[in-house]
Design a protein around this ligand. Sequence first.
Ligand SMILES: [Zn+2]
Ligand SMILES: [Zn+2]
Length: 214
Amino acid sequence: MLEQHAFHDIGPFANNIYVVTDPATRETAVIDVGFEPERVIELVRAKGLDVRWLLATHAHYDHVAAMLPVQQAVGGQFALHRADLLLLRAVAFQGSMFGLPAVPVPEVELELAEGLRVPLGDQSLDVLFTPGHAPGHVTFRHGQTLWSGDVLFAGSVGRTDLPGSSWSELERSIRERLFPLGDELRVLPGHGSATTIGEERLHNPFVGESAGRP
Ligand SMILES: [Zn+2]
Ligand SMILES: [Zn+2]
């Protein structure tokens, strides 16, 4: 079992930040930090966590813009899928579209890819490649928990009207990659409240059975 701390509704886009720890070794992965890095830094110091990884589900501004101050304060290797490197390099441009400041981001030290296991003590997070919302979007799984970034939300899915997005890829990622993982799987998204695969498979208005597909 991994221990988890979560911060909800952070910053102008109401992002969720997840901090996942192997209790035996304190080895920790931080998933997606776009705003308010001090929250993560204070938690890490208060709990004596050993930050090994700064994991980005994808390189949109609201998921990576505050990774560097976290890294400078508490360490951790920055990890991203290579298909999102273009978005990472364009992070200042992404910010400018929303009137947000240009920020420096860390170098990618670990390239995430389908099938990779990110170690945390004797445990690990499995990486699933789930493109569509962003070309290099990944999802992390441990046991019966899935950290889904902006792929799948409670009652919604990630936007596909952004540069590099693709509705058909997103739909395939959700229907062919995530739904087969089983109805019991708990889904912790990058925005909004937690859900389950079963709930979304049945009721999601975009990709669920109620979406009107045979
Ligand atoms: Zn996004
Ligand atoms: Zn987002």
